[in-house]
Design a protein around this ligand. Structure first.
Ligand code: NAD
Ligand code: MG
Length: 402
């Protein structure tokens, strides 16, 4: 029986992971589940799966969680440190499905003890890729990609020599606004940005798909995980979301990974790796699908891509600053403080300021420096958001790199 821990168990990836585990109760023992505000879900799943520990990242919810767990064997804990401690407890397999940079420290705890980390939290690699991969090599830990594109690349590379890779192509649905007239983007509402044409995901990644910040994060994730140089990584819009990524080899062959848009495939692949087992995902009927289409991403529609490419090329602390600025810009959009296009404006201006005032290193760094950079970028981004909200950046969509 394998022991498993799920960080971010109450979210979209966490719930899909629980779905797979709950289908074969005899195969798994659940060590810990963690969540944030949805303690009702957390407690119900922890009791249902017989977990040893349930942790909310919100200290103020400790007593409520304890009440919900009363009468069961499940222990309660609360706070970010308790989430990290849950990750540090021995378990054979840990799913990292927290959203945002909050996933970094718990993931590092798993790597420190040489564990197996199924990584949905792309922010771990965006903020501290080199550090994280070096740490895994030192401790003998295993990192398995769960982002659908990266799982697809990982699968296409099985048995291949990385030196034979000429390019990697990650696909993007194009998000909610791929067919909107450009003039409408500045006025896009939260509800409009929170719908995805193909995937059912958490709200933050859904909005990041509409802006393409998600694909920007994934460019960096690709570079960091596979150690591929930035000029060999491409993004293509593929509205059907059936091909998740392609790997091009030196002989001209392109290996594509094709499957339905269901995260249980990538989660299940990481859960059973290196074996393949039956998974409850739809089998594609290619004759019914008929056509797969592709188009180049437009720079004016998706300014986030050019920003991410600059960050990817710069390396070092730029990823941590980029991600933190993006999280703040997204918070401000969700709160109704800035418009949809202003998110890219906020991120770009924050990075410009930090390069000019704070100096962002391009070199490999330690965890403390990454966390300091994350904090500083949040402060800087908050100032920039205030300016944008006050209308200083008159037309928030203008002045971008594209
Ligand atoms: P979600 O918002 O649905 O769930 C996030 C989880 O993190 C929840 O359990 C929440 O309680 C927890 N959480 C939130 N803030 C926290 C904090 N400060 N500290 C600790 N826990 C916190 O998100 P999601 O869509 O499941 O995405 C999770 C991660 O997986 C993200 O990094 C996302 O980019 C990545 N990802 C998601 C999908 C998808 O299909 N949803 C696909 C690929 C990658
Ligand atoms: Mg993805």
């Amino acid at each position: 029986m394998r022991s498993v821990t799920i960080l971010g168990a109450t979210g979209s990836i966490g719930q899909n992971t629980i779905d797979l585990i709950a289908r074969s109760p005899g195969d798994y023992r659940v060590e810990a589940l963690t969540g944030a505000r949805n303690i009702a879900r957390l407690a119900a799943d922890a009791i249902g799966l017989g977990a040893r520990l349930a942790v909310t990242s919100e200290p103020a919810l400790y007593n409520d969680l304890k009440d919900l767990l009363s009468g069961s064997e499940v222990k309660a804990a609360a706070g970010p440190e308790a989430v990290a401690e849950a990750a540090a407890r021995p378990a054979d397999w840990v799913m990292s499905a927290i959203v945002g940079a909050a996933g970094l420290v718990p993931g590092i705890e798993v790597l420190r003890r040489g564990g197996t980390l199924a990584l949905a939290n792309k922010e771990t690699l965006v903020t501290a890729g080199q550090l994280v991969m070096d740490l895994a090599r030192r401790t003998g830990a295993t990192v398995l990609p769960v982002d659908s594109e990266h799982s697809a690349i990982f699968q296409a590379l099985t048995g291949e020599d990385l030196d034979a890779v000429e390019r990697i192509v990650i696909t993007a649905s194009g998000g909610a606004f791929r067919d909107w007239p450009l003039e409408r983007l500045a006025g896009a509402t939260l509800a409009e940005a929170s719908t995805h044409p193909n995937w059912d995901m958490g709200q933050r990644i859904t909005i990041d798909s509409a802006s393409m910040f998600n694909k920007g994060l994934e460019l960096i994730e690709t570079k960091e995980f596979f150690g591929i140089s930035p000029d060999r990584i491409e993004v293509i819009i593929h509205p059907e979301s059936l091909i998740h990524a392609l790997v091009g080899f030196r002989d001209g062959a392109l290996m594509a990974h094709v499957g339905p848009p269901d995260m249980r495939h990538a989660i299940g692949y990481a859960l059973h790796w290196p074996e393949r087992r039956d998974l409850p995902v739809e089998r594609l009927d290619l004759a019914r699908i008929g056509t797969l289409t592709f188009r180049a991403p437009e720079a004016a529609r998706y300014p986030a891509l050019a920003i991410a490419r600059t960050v990817m090329e710069a390396g070092g602390l730029h990823g941590a600053a980029f991600n933190a600025a993006k999280e703040c810009a997204l918070d401000a959009f969700i709160a109704g403080r800035i418009g949809f296009l202003a998110m890219a404006g906020v991120v770009e201006r924050t990075l410009d300021r930090m390069s000019a005032q704070d100096g962002l290193q391009n070199a490999a760094v330690d965890l403390d420096t990454v966390l300091e950079t994350d904090l500083l970028a949040r402060h800087r981004a908050a100032e920039v958001v205030t300016q944008f909200a006050a209308g200083d950046a008159v037309e928030s969509g203008k002045g971008l790199r594209s």
